[in-house]
Design a protein around this ligand. Structure first.
Ligand code: GGG
Length: 326
């Protein structure tokens, strides 16, 4: 069976780490057909459009999508692409790897981020020179869909329950609805939950990350807090993600375009390669996914490592080392 994979490198280091992930996928005994498409700042500068219609259609029809990074055009690229695959949850694991100099080596958690609404719904207006506004949308249906997924996730993956992170003491209507709905669904499923205000979570996760395991949160909170967790485990070069829908999914490293190092060939490909492992697992190849994850872990522990992790290896050196260990 051939799996059609849409490949959208995007901008900056997306152009370097996405080909690295493809090299790893090509080393597996799985029949992939990779179809590359443009999106992002560069294509916008050329054509006036950050997300060409054919790129959207490709993501909407491919078996899975591998995305790199978006810069200034993130709102015009990654949000519609998540819509193209019907994604309602962004899974963002954040764990420390052996051998990596992490601030909190005991960190091992996963964010289940609401992926369609909140402040990322796109309802933003400039009313006057002095005033701009943003409408924060939270629906019971999207909160319920995320919560159903979270209940299945903790059940399948053998977790004790999950933590609901929100700011319902201030955003009473929106996060109140989010918290109440997620807690109610968990209750219906007999899944244990606790809850933490998102600002308190930011402190607690830095001081004692071990108290958290699965974290269910609104869109912006998931975006920000997962980057914070990246800081605890050794940097953004290590965090993968999966945007999952009912029929399709899109996989991308959590990091952005990293303009400070783009074009130098030294970007850490680990996050993109682990995202590719999540793609392989999503398609049902558990053993191959495990093999990629083990090869990445061994490479992170023994080297070579890119400069963000204190090494002097290139993106290609690390990619080859992962492939050699497969
Ligand atoms: N590969 C992830 C990426 O491009 N991140 C840039 C960004 O701003 N993302 C916003 C989001 O994840 O919602």
């Amino acid at each position: 069976m051939t799996h059609e994979i849409a490949v959208i490198p995007g901008d900056g280091i997306g152009q370097e780490v996405t080909p690295a992930a493809i090299e790893v996928l090509e080393a597996l005994d799985i029949d992939f057909e990779f179809v590359e498409a443009d999106a992002g700042d560069a294509v916008k500068a050329e054509t006036g459009e950050a997300l060409p219609e054919e790129t959207y259609e490709l993501a909407a029809s491919a078996d899975a999508t591998l995305f790199g990074a978006a810069g200034e055009t993130a709102a015009d690229v990654i949000l519609p692409l998540r819509d193209a695959v019907g994604s309602f949850v962004n899974i963002r694991p954040a764990k420390a790897y052996p051998g990596i100099d992490a601030v909190r080596p005991e960190t091992d958690l996963v964010f289940l981020r609401e992926n369609t609404e909140g402040v990322y719904s796109g309802h933003e207006d400039r009313l006057t020179n002095d005033v701009s506004t943003l409408t924060r949308v939270v629906t019971e249906s999207a909160s319920r869909e995320l919560a159903e997924f979270a209940c299945d996730y903790v059940d399948t993956d053998d977790h004790d329950g999950f933590t609901i992170v929100h700011k319902a003491n201030v955003m009473r209507e929106t996060d109140g609805l989010f918290r109440d709905t997620v807690a109610e669904v968990a209750d219906e499923h007999g899944v244990e939950t606790d809850e933490v205000l998102m600002d308190a979570f930011a402190t607690h996760v830095c001081l004692d990350p071990e108290q958290f395991d699965v974290v269910v949160c609104p869109n912006l909170a998931g975006d920000v807090l997962s980057d914070l967790a990246a800081g605890l485990v050794g940097g953004l070069g290590l965090l993968p993600s999966a945007n999952v829908g009912t029929e399709r999914a899109l996989f991308e490293p959590v990091h952005g375009t990293a303009p400070d190092i783009a074009g130098e060939g030294v970007a850490n490909p680990a996050a993109a390669i682990i995202s590719a492992a999540m793609l392989v697992e999503y398609l049902g190849y558990d053993e191959e996914a495990d093999a990629i994850n083990e090869a990445v872990e061994a490479t992170l522990e023994e080297g070579p490592r890119t400069p963000d992790l204190g090494g002097d290896a290139s993106t290609e050196d690390v990619t080859e080392a992962v492939i050699d260990r497969l």
